[in-house]
Write a protein that binds this ligand. Structure first.
Ligand SMILES: Nc1ncnc2c1ncn2[C@@H]1O[C@H](COP(=O)(O)OP(=O)(O)O)[C@@H](O)[C@H]1O
Ligand SMILES: [Mg+2]
Length: 350
């Protein structure tokens, strides 16, 4: 594979939110890349900043409440620095997003067909009838029963799962360069979920779409992701290929999340993987993050005197060559990697 600039390059993303309980540091120096055609799954407990981190990329956090810093280059253009109208232009063909809650993002007073047609025609100059045909086709592709009828329905006339599929159809309608899916298939049954994953993979094959897929479903991770990013306390605590992270997790938090995960190859062959495990204890409040390693108050290992005082850098897991490119690197931010050793090369050394 030739090395080209990644499609999405998030660098040192910070998000602070003003809350009644003080300033919440919700995202704290998040960096990752997504290559064209690549899928990065983002996992982590509720409250770890997954949704906020992607909403920030699209300028969708409430102004006056959120402070966002860092860079997020999409094809070299910084999403965080561009004017609002440029960002609007990019939404659709540049970035498609499926939100956790479809009711907040569908327009209640427009039929789903109208929303699809307007979305398509905002970016390509096609007659209404052509866009409508495409809308019906898309609704069928996301598994909506009776798409010819559904196209004329209003969001409130559809079930939650159907609305979710409409959102997915809208996000895919402009064949985006980047697709961000936030718990997109959580409410859907496994058959529909498989159908949607299939559809996304076809889009990736045809258009080189890069995908950021937030999920707590390991079946989805194993089914769709090339790489996994584990978030905790607004940071990436571990990232690497699916096989590295699921089979050789280095961070105590990742090991906790994976729990008693059966052998991945066996589980894949069975076609079933459990959801993520529950880690004992509670995550830190973003208004009151611990000093040192963000995980130490809950960590069963705590084997290094620095755990409580010094924040471990996101470093290559030992045994990994520092020449591994971003698509193969396996990194963890811990003083207590599985191999018991100190981290190898830091991000800054690369
Ligand atoms: N609009 C908001 N105002 C204040 N705090 C928020 C807001 N949105 C999210 N948060 C807080 O930010 C943290 C991360 O939330 P979120 O990104 O939704 O987590 P995740 O998607 O990983 O479950 C949580 O502590 C949440 O309470
Ligand atoms: Mg979320």
């Amino acid at each position: 594979m030739t090395v080209t600039a990644p499609l999405l390059e998030v660098e040192d993303l910070h998000v602070r939110l003003r809350t009644p309980r003080g300033t919440a540091s919700v995202v704290n120096g998040l960096s990752y890349t997504v290559g064209a055609g690549e899928t990065v799954a983002v996992v982590g407990e509720s409250g770890s900043g997954k949704s906020v981190s992607v909403l920030a990329l699209l300028g969708l956090l409430p102004a006056g409440v959120a402070t966002v810093t860092g860079r997020a280059l999409l094809d070299g253009e910084d999403l965080l620095a561009m004017p609002a109208d440029r960002l609007r232009q990019l939404r659709g063909p540049g970035v498609g997003m499926v939100f956790q809650d479809p009711m907040t993002s569908l327009n209640p007073v427009l039929t789903v067909g109208r929303q699809l047609v307007e979305g398509i025609r905002a970016h390509v100059d096609v007659p209404k009838a052509v866009a409508r045909r495409r809308a019906v086709e898309l609704l069928g592709e996301v598994g909506l029963p009776g798409p010819e009828k559904a196209v004329d329905r209003y969001p409130h006339e559809l079930s939650g799962g159907m609305r979710q599929r409409v959102m997915i159809a809208i996000a895919l309608s402009n064949s985006p360069a980047l697709l961000i899916a936030d718990e997109a298939t959580t409410a859907l049954d496994v058959t529909v979920q498989a159908q949607i994953i299939d559809l996304v993979q076809r889009l990736q094959a045809d258009h080189g779409t890069g995908v950021v897929w937030i999920t707590h479903d390991l079946g989805v991770v194993a089914g769709i992701a090339d790489r996994v990013l584990v978030m905790y306390g607004g940071r990436c605590v571990e990232d690497g290929t699916v096989d590295d992270v699921l089979e050789r997790p280095a961070h105590p938090y990742t090991r906790g999340l994976l729990g008693a995960l059966p052998d991945l190859a066996v589980a894949r062959a069975d076609g079933g993987l459990p959801d993520l495990a529950t880690v004992p204890g509670t995550p830190p409040a973003p208004t009151d993050l611990p000093a040192g390693c963000v995980f130490w108050p809950r960590c069963p290992v705590r084997a290094d005197p620095r755990c409580e005082t010094e924040q471990p850098p996101l470093a290559h897991v030992r045994g990994q060559s520092r020449d591994f490119g971003p698509s193969l690197a396996h990194r963890a931010a811990t003083w207590c990697a599985e191999d018991g050793g100190a981290p190898g090369t830091t991000e800054e050394d690369r």
